[in-house]
Design a protein around this ligand. Sequence first.
Ligand SMILES: Cc1ncc(C[n+]2csc(CCOP(=O)(O)OP(=O)(O)O)c2C)c(N)n1
Length: 566
Amino acid sequence: MTAGTNARRAADVMVASLRAHGVDRIFCVPGESYLALLDALHDAPDIDLVAARHEGGAGFMALADAKITGRAGVCAVSRGPGATNAAIAVHMAEQDAVPLVLLIGQVARADLGRGAFQEIDYGQAFGAIAKGVWEVREAERLPEVLARAFHLALSETPGPCVIALPEDMLSDAVAAEVVAPLPLAQASPSARDIEATIALLAESERPLVIAGGRATEPAGRAALQAAAEAHDLAVALAFKRQDGFPNDHPNFAGYLGFKIPPAQVEAMAEADLVLAVGARLNDTTTQGYRLPRAPGPDQPLIHVHPDPGKIGAVFQTTLGLAVDPVAFLEALAQRVPARGHQRVPARQAWLAGLSERARALAAYIPSDPSDGVDFGAVVAALGRSAAADAVVITDAGNFGGWVHRHWPWQPGNLLLGLVGGAMGFGVPAAVAAALRLPGRQVLSFIGDGGMLMTGGELATAMQAGRGRAGGGLKLIVSNNRSYGTIRLHQERDYPRRVSGTDLANPDFAAWARSFGAEGIVVETEAEIAAAVERTLAAEGSVVVDVRSSLEAISAYTTLAKLRGGR
Ligand SMILES: Cc1ncc(C[n+]2csc(CCOP(=O)(O)OP(=O)(O)O)c2C)c(N)n1
């Protein structure tokens, strides 16, 4: 195809478009289906191309990168098997509301629809989970499609967008120019919105904020704290948002994650007003749609979320504000109520009761299981010594319960974890964090199950971190020789009928050394202190193989208690 004298290869225009959208890093597994794009990236030293070992790992890295930067994460994969391997990241981007642009090679246009080698109809394959799917058949439209995909990925509730790139299209000569990033619409609260909120708050003795999303991101944390302090609001944090508010603050009410003790949840549910800010109010945060209750909450509900489609969709909402949560909190913090209001003493008692419960739950009480190390002891020891601004990552699994329960969370921390609960995030997220935030301590907590799902990405860290001592990842493995979370459910529902959950593991420390990382084994609680010191002092990457107890199966219960029906 000819396109005049100013014509450029579509793949080169694509790279210029990505650059215009602020893309400075792409996570990929290469494929012969998008060679022209790889070739164009050869001339783009300002875009760091990180080659991962599995598309799931590359996708998780892009998700973590997006969670850190607030920009869309970009992942490039090959057609068919590459795309289906990456599907886990598309699903998690949807569940976690993370902007993700997935670029997929595709068969040549002449072969489309013939069931050619590794051909997939991506509209059908990803239609139910992506916000948008495009197949670019006309190269001239490529910059326009890219701009739309980035815009959609970032707007309202962020999420995944997928672009399929027929391999021959990428080599077309085009006259099309880069389309600049499309502006994002963002509504701010009006004075009326704030007054309506104040009017409901004035009636409340036990107001509970459920904070998540942008309200708990680093840019929203100061406003959240200021609003809570100005109005004596109790602040509960949505699932995997525990870094959003200082957990030792007198207004801290607790964390709405998995397996929170019922008494804790019941205490929060005594709220006579729920002010949900930034949170989508998903299944986990609402403790199974009970706080607030769906469809009719037990108390008035104010829901502040940038996406009007999320307000009133599940819960009957007293006041719904489709505005930027941070702007809302800033305005609320400035609208100071009259002090000496008759309800203030009641609010103080409400705050004191909740924060005392939260503090009691966070305190680590040593146990002495006979079949291995109590993983909580390792978490508590690391929490005492880690940097105040450590990046803390949790993969999916029971071990994460101790991290959520006992880590001394402060807004200086950055917690990266998947609301969608996919295993395998731990190592890839650590790779992305170490690349994006050099100089920060990156600690990732992973189960023995999750470790071998994507642990091979340690090789990506060692390669990408060359000259930076292998990226400096600290990977803490709870090696309880079991898919423990599922074992917990089994013991509760089918006591003593272990099926499909036992694991026989490699020596993770030796495995780490084979990558060029340091390997440390912790077999007894007496070894914890030295292991923590060595881990935090190490410049390079470390894998700590904690031979953890299976009897102490979670931060809240034991196998014996489960079998006893508790
Ligand atoms: C990709 C994926 N597959 C399966 C599951 C279901 N699942 C949830 S937790 C879990 C076990 C996790 O085991 P492990 O990593 O060893 O951590 P533990 O629960 O033992 O602490 C499984 C299989 C999941 N969440 N994600």
